[in-house]
Write a new protein. Sequence first.
Lengths: 220, 210
Amino acid sequence: MLSSSTIILRLLGYTGRELEYRAVVAALLVSPTYALLVFWFTFGGISLGTAMIYFAMVPLILGLLVASVARSRGYDFANRLGLYGIYSLLPYAIYDWVRVPTNYFLGLPFWDHWFDWGISVMGLPVSQTFSYTALTMGLLTHVLRGWSFGMVYYTLVQKPTLRSAFLWVWVLTIFYWAFFPVYVLVDSRPPFIWWFVAWLSHMAMAVGLWLAPKIHQRFY
Amino acid sequence: MKRNALLLLPILILSYVGPYAYVYAMTEADVFPRVERGDHEAIGKMSVRVDNQARMVIGQSFARTVGTDLVEWTEVTYEVLLGFNNRIFTTYINFPALLDVSKITFKATGIFNGTAIMTCSQYYDSLVAPTGFEILAVFQSILLAGNNTFVNAFCYGPGAPTVDYADLSVTYLGLLPITLSWEIRATVRGERAEETRTWSGVQSAIIRFR
């Protein structure tokens, strides 16, 4: 006699403990965001560089270990992690593309906080905030987070669809709306356009999540 | 790999790097110049102040044997307060920050009746500034405390018999009028731009005896 949850999982196409493995791997792959949360919640007490090692790199390694166990148990998603990694390069790039015209025409900055992340990663003095070193390091943390969101999506779903992609980016949008005004745009009240651009860029990311596998299928 | 798929490659690569190329280009063309303009404006608004009171801290007697002669003299140490004002400025993202002031040199001469009775030459490495890694409340308290920063400078001059303070104190009721000629040089840095600034002045001041 199968339990109702097992029946639902079977209907969704998951077999055995596949979903559990997928969930654990996804929870570990999203770790660059844990690092950022630790940095925020400690108000910078734990630098982003330190947080990236202990709360991002270590979970990412664990994620790969769990994935290798899943692979040995015959769960196919673990064989495709490399492919997911390539797919995941596109969605966050599209997310950032949407912000380019809004910056150019409306002057909305979208990389100002990358400088702060960069000096925290590098342990640079505040006087070095506006440097290319800080910008580059901040950009890399941003990219790593965006990439990990893609990885989480592809790891969790059996087949990328627009519906599931939008569902996932709505989660990300709500996360973004909830945390950025508190921890990044400190003491300021973002105007409507800020909320709108945040939403729009995430929605574009959903299109990227859906589109990336289709584009890559053309290569094989 | 399908042949027509190869055409997708350059598009994909452009898609991947395009936004970040834009970020670097705009940072160079717009962000940094804007930050530097704001910095220069803030550095221009910062001012310094030398207190018009020098306080006598200590008078010391010294003696040394030169050959067979015993040479005695006295030396007086003074304290002058220096102020660095309006250090708070608004950053590129409209967040308050403190101008970083470092490599500070202070030179001054106090003249009484045409005679230099004290000279000052002091160096400070830097003024207190937040590191940026404090929690917000601590950051803000350092910010407010540092807007007008005061430091003590020590000056030295001859004591009796060259300058007999016991006598002068009676004549001038404990407040000796002097002319203070001073110069402060410091490196001031905002978020990105840095300037070496020099301030100088000649002002009436008084020496307050203990």
